[in-house]
Design a binder for this molecule. Structure first.
Ligand code: NAP
Length: 520
């Protein structure tokens, strides 16, 4: 069994005292341990903040080159990184590649953005503005890197991509990072950071890593620091409200949980390309990473006359899913990531039961391929139907974080769909499927204020659509209300969390020269 170490103060440290065990969720074997007991969090922060100096001296072009080197390294190590994702995350090979390629792809994308910004250290934000009677008195907003450290706390389900997408934005903006993966599945992120440190890609202090709990780190953050959190809304709300975080106006971004919806429009005929796209997307979102994706669908809004056709198409797809040891090639869905996840999913199914009937999968009990009965944290795909969605509450409130989705029949009216979708109070992603442009526009604009990303599936893009749950670096990831109220990625927008927008006001030539002078 290996001991994961933290990388702080420029060295690797194994925490003392009690350590958490990292387990293979298919076999339940302990494979590693991790803890941050005895790690000096103040020293870790000071070292990282000092590392910011070297990053800020670099231009966007140069920082983009750092990201490119990280992307290439992760891509080159792809095969060896797949192993920890299978062993510690319960990922199938395909799930593991999704996480690892998401990491290298996002780093490569931000490397390109750095190249596009070029040899500059200061970004102008918008156009300048004349402030007085003549053009002499001038105002211009500029964006400059904050002088603190970006503490990036991630959820258990995407240890690779979660680490890389956050780090890409902060490092390109010029802020050093301390990354903290969820302890239970930290092995993949650990291997990535180990490789990056070993390859000496980044300046000293630019990247730290915590293997285990955050201790009192967050209570030590100050006004130049940033906390970027992904996880449950409960933890997000707790961290945001910490006295030190709120009191010192630490900049916080929260990416939390979400009951994403898929809406099928009434004009879609069974067997049409749009219908097939809907069915394929739902089956993928339910089973990829065993449904443990913050962007996966939880509610499927289907016009009542189409419910029968949707159910039979999905039952056929879900019936072909092979659940078992993700290390075996024939397996298409692995276990949940932890014993706690299994308990939570079972409890969630029990709570939903009063409001739903089972269409497929019953209570999720399954005999895993390649393992003795009862071993591992397995749940089979479960498709439910809620026959009285207006009276239901749990269906609209409870995120069962596993391969579980509920069909919510509706009368086909746009207004009814919008009312049902918005009942969850904020989502990361919602998809609408149809071919009637006016109806799609009305649905899109009705739902848009309640969601961070709206995917429109239609016949026109059926052949080239990416799965709705795949988070794209070009587009914003985050959502209002329940989803945390945060925003990540979205091209250059993703850098703004780590940049201070400052308004310069004064003599026009001087203001313009300050905004320009920091060329490399
Ligand atoms: P979680 O229990 O809230 O934990 C998330 C992270 O917070 C972990 O790294 C955890 O560390 C850390 N943490 C917990 N309590 C903390 C505290 N008091 N101080 C500092 N750090 C603390 O969530 P999870 O179970 O890992 O993730 C599942 C949830 O995340 C789901 O609800 C899912 O929807 C959501 N999610 C959202 C997104 C998104 O982008 N919006 C993406 C993925 C997942 P330890 O592991 O060391 O406890």
């Amino acid at each position: 069994m290996i001991t994961l170490r933290s990388y702080v103060g420029g060295r690797w440290i194994a925490g003392d005292g009690e350590r958490a065990r990292l387990v293979n969720p298919a076999t339940e074997e302990a494979i590693a341990e991790a803890g941050t007991g005895g790690v000096d969090m103040e020293a870790a922060l000071e070292h990282a903040r000092a590392g910011g100096v070297a990053l800020r001296e670099m231009t966007y072009l140069q920082r983009g080159e750092l990201l490119r080197a990280m992307a290439r390294l992760i891509h080159a190590r792809r095969d060896e990184l797949i192993e920890p994702a299978i062993a510690n995350g319960g990922n199938t090979r395909s799930d593991a590649k999704f996480d690892i390629d998401g990491a290298s792809g996002t780093l490569a994308y931000y490397a390109e953005l750095g190249a596009g910004l070029g040899d500059v250290r200061v970004l102008a934000d918008g156009d300048g503005a004349q402030l007085g009677r003549s053009a002499r008195l001038w105002g211009q907003h500029v964006l400059v890197p904050r002088h603190g450290v970006a503490v990036q706390v991630n959820a258990f389900n995407f240890p690779g991509w979660g680490f890389a997408e956050k780090a890409a934005c902060a490092l390109l903006a010029g802020m050093p990072v301390i990354a903290k993966p969820a302890t239970a599945t930290a092995l993949l992120a650990y291997r990535m950071v180990e490789a990056i440190v070993e390859a000496r890609i980044l300046p000293e202090g630019a990247l730290g890593f915590l293997a285990g709990g955050a201790g009192d780190l967050l209570r030590r953050l100050g006004g130049q620091d940033v906390l970027a959190f992904t996880g449950s809304s409960e933890t997000g709300a707790h961290l945001r409200a910490l006295r030190e975080i709120a009191g010192r106006s630490v900049r916080v971004n929260v990416e939390a949980d979400s009951l994403n919806a898929a809406v099928l429009a009434p004009d879609v005929a069974p067997g049409s390309p749009t219908f097939d796209l809907f069915v394929a997307d739902v089956a993928k979102e339910m089973t990829q990473k065993a449904g443990q994706k913050c962007t996966a669908f939880r509610r499927l809004l289907v016009p009542s006359p189409l419910v029968g056709a949707v159910e039979s198409a999905l039952v056929e797809r879900l019936g072909a899913v092979k659940v078992g040891d993700p290390a075996r090639e024939e397996v298409t869905m692995g276990p949940l990531a932890t014993a706690q996840q299994l308990r939570d999913v079972r409890a969630g199914l029990a709570r939903l039961r009063a409001e739903v009937t089972s269409v497929f999968g019953g209570d999720g009990a399954v005999e895993p391929i390649g393992l003795p009965s009862g071993r591992g944290y397995f749940v089979g795909p479960v498709l439910l139907r809620c026959n009285n969605p207006d009276a239901a509450t749990a269906v609209h409130q409870l995120e069962v974080f596993g391969p579980v989705a509920t069909i919510v029949p509706f009368d086909g009216e746009t207004r009814s769909a919008v009312d049902l979708v918005r009942r969850v109070g904020g989502m990361l992603q919602t998809s609408i499927y149809g071919d009637d442009r006016d109806r799609l526009a009305a649905l899109a604009l009705g739902i848009a204020p309640f969601v961070g990303r709206l995917v429109i599936g239609s016949e026109k893009i059926a052949g080239q659509a990416t799965a709705p749950g795949a988070v794209l670096p070009q587009l914003v990831h985050g959502g209002p209300g329940r989803a945390g109220g945060g925003e990540e990625l979205g091209g250059l927008r993703g850098l703004s969390l780590y940049l201070q927008r400052t308004a310069l006001q004064g003599d026009k030539p001087l203001v313009e020269s300050i905004a320009r002078q920091n060329r490399g």
